[in-house]
Design a protein around this ligand. Structure first.
Ligand code: AMP
Length: 540
């Protein structure tokens, strides 16, 4: 008979993470770029104290367990305190992506039922535009002191963070509850229809952060200084804000300054050893280094994901600058990293180019997740490096159901990712394509369908199609195809101006091609593959 083990059981809760950092690594620094410019510096012990003060303040605002608290913020120390105060006190941390179109932002805030929203001063104009449409939000809090909190026209009472937490005690009894309780909520970028919410549990995040610290993933330790460029407003900054305090690593938060020069300066001045972000960021960093003939002094490795890291960029980092690239794959629905490339001893004898080619793939399933590829009938395909099919994933931190979703998206217990991949005999996975036609630009999604719908709304447009065209800086940019209605004289500037009114600025296509007709397939769908073949060159 199988017996129950006789070990203690404690729920895996995020409050334990910040308290562990405060007691074990209390003097380790957090360095944070303030939204108004200067660097701010304190320790994990200080961070925990301020998170506890905020937890009191949230209690006093009358939020009940399980209520959602939104943030629209950069990677900075106050956002980190909010992460812990909200989740630790049994509320749900809803990180909002400020790059969403304001209408989508309103949608996610209302869908999540956020009762309080904390925002950086940068996003005050955004808040001004959306606040009236978010009736459940009873407090808007600017993540600043009184001096740096702007007045927002139409919002009678904007609280400032420092005044909000000031009166409260730095002692707080974090509640104990079921580790499966919701800790954080992040919405997909609405590639088809409305954004969908991934509701992460405490257990999922703690387990993911633990694995993040292992040598197979980011190998975080108290010898490291970590700079997450990946935003805290999207997929929990790949759980680095949880992994770094667990490991006692110094945390360096870049705030709004994400250009190559600012990142390099911060990496050097704060002796950063590990970083993480999307390929576009690394492209601008490398361009800065090359232009100014600079070298890294302390940087050792960097995690890259969100879109495929080109091998040429991997070679630059690894072979020219001595920075190891860890190329991972994950999605909003996987909490953070699900697969990661890390080279083994058996690869030491390979040439640098052969090693870089392995790193250019998205890697092996990390402990806690499993992957497979299936054909269109759901049959598992071989791991032979040749067969390609839809990537399926399951594990401790993989979504089982969307927030308020009526049915589960799972197929036989696996999450269908919509990505097309190969897996080789060594278990290394390579993303080949996306089954959806979304456009990935600078690490963010643009929905081709939404853009097409917006274009077709113009009275002179008969048909519209959008494809992603390779771009040297942004990975991809949208190219719009228009078939005019007979007798209409619509021109490029007019349709782009029309779209500018309806979609986020960075969604507006870089160019427009007018055609007599679009290629249409047997089922009446536009054949985008044909358009890609003919027009999928490179924007410069
Ligand atoms: P999101 O949920 O917005 O983070 O997007 C997740 C999607 O990004 C995945 O389904 C992939 O299509 C893509 N993606 C993430 N990481 C990679 C990677 N390393 N290489 C290629 N595509 C990636």
């Amino acid at each position: 008979m199988i017996q129950t083990g006789l070990m203690m059981e404690q729920p895996l809760l995020l409050s334990e993470v910040i308290e562990h950092a405060a007691t074990q690594y209390g003097d380790v620094e957090i360095v944070s770029r303030e939204t108004h410019g200067p660097l701010f510096r304190y320790t994990y012990a200080d961070c925990a104290k301020r998170a506890r003060k905020l937890a009191h303040a949230l209690d006093q605002l009358g939020l009940s367990a399980g209520s959602a608290v939104g943030s629209i913020a950069w990677n900075n120390h106050r956002h980190l305190e909010v992460y812990y105060a909200v989740s630790g006190s049994g509320l749900v941390m809803h990180t909002c992506n400020p790059r969403l179109h304001p209408q989508q932002l309103v949608y996610v805030i209302n869908h999540a039922e956020d009762e309080v929203v904390l925002f950086d001063a940068t996003f005050a104009p955004l808040v001004k535009g959306i606040a009236a449409h978010c009736p459940k939000v009873k407090a808007w809090v600017c993540l600043a002191d009184a001096t740096n909190t702007p007045a927002i026209e139409g919002l009678a009472h904007v609280l400032n963070y420092e005044d909000l937490i000031a009166p409260h005690s730095e002692h707080y009894e974090w509640p104990a509850f079921d580790e499966r309780s919701a800790a954080a909520l992040c919405y997909t970028s609405g590639t088809t229809g409305d954004p969908k919410g991934a509701l992460y549990s405490h257990r999922a995040i703690v387990l993911n952060a633990l694995v993040l610290c292992t040598p197979a993933v980011l190998a975080l330790s108290s010898r490291d200084a970590v700079l997450p460029v990946v935003p805290m407003f999207h997929i929990n900054a790949w759980c680095i804000p949880y992994g770094a305090p667990m490991a006692g690593a110094k945390l360096v938060l870049p705030g709004p300054r994400l250009d190559g020069a600012s990142l390099y300066e911060l990496m050097e001045s704060e002796c950063v050893t590990v970083s993480a972000g999307v390929p576009t960021i690394w492209l601008s960093l490398i361009q800065h280094l090359e232009a100014h003939k600079l070298r890294f002094t302390t940087m050792r490795r960097t995690a890259v994901g969100g879109s495929a890291m080109p091998q040429s960029l991997i070679a630059k980092f690894a072979d020219e600058y001595g920075v190891e690239v860890r190329h991972g794959w994950g999605m909003t629905e996987t909490t953070a990293v699900a697969t990661m490339t890390s080279l083994a001893g058996k690869h030491d004898a390979l040439s640098p180019a052969d090693r870089d080619a392995i790193v250019a793939r998205q890697g092996k399933a990390v402990f806690g997740t499993q992957i497979k590829i299936v054909d269109e009938n759901g049959r598992t395909l071989p791991r032979d490096g040749t067969a390609q099919g839809e990537l399926m994933v399951r594990g401790h931190w993989i979504l089982a159901r969307y927030f308020k979703g009526e049915s589960s998206p799972l197929q036989d217990g696996w999450f269908p990712t919509g990505d097309v991949a190969r897996i080789d005999a060594d278990g290394v996975m390579q993303i080949r394509d996306r089954s959806k036609d979304v456009i990935k630009t600078g690490g963010e999604w643009i929905s081709s369908i939404d853009l097409e719908n917006a274009a077709v709304a113009h009275p002179a447009v008969a048909m519209a199609a959008v494809i992603g065209v390779k771009h040297p800086k942004w990975d991809e940019r949208p190219l719009l195809f228009i078939v005019r209605k007979p007798g209409q004289a619509l021109e490029k500037n007019e349709i782009l101006a029309f779209l500018t009114e309806r979609v986020a600025k960075w969604w507006v296509p870089d160019d427009v091609v007018f055609l007599e007709s679009l290629p249409v397939g047997g089922t009446g769908k536009v054949q985008k593959s044909d358009l890609r073949k003919q027009y999928g060159g490179v924007f410069c």
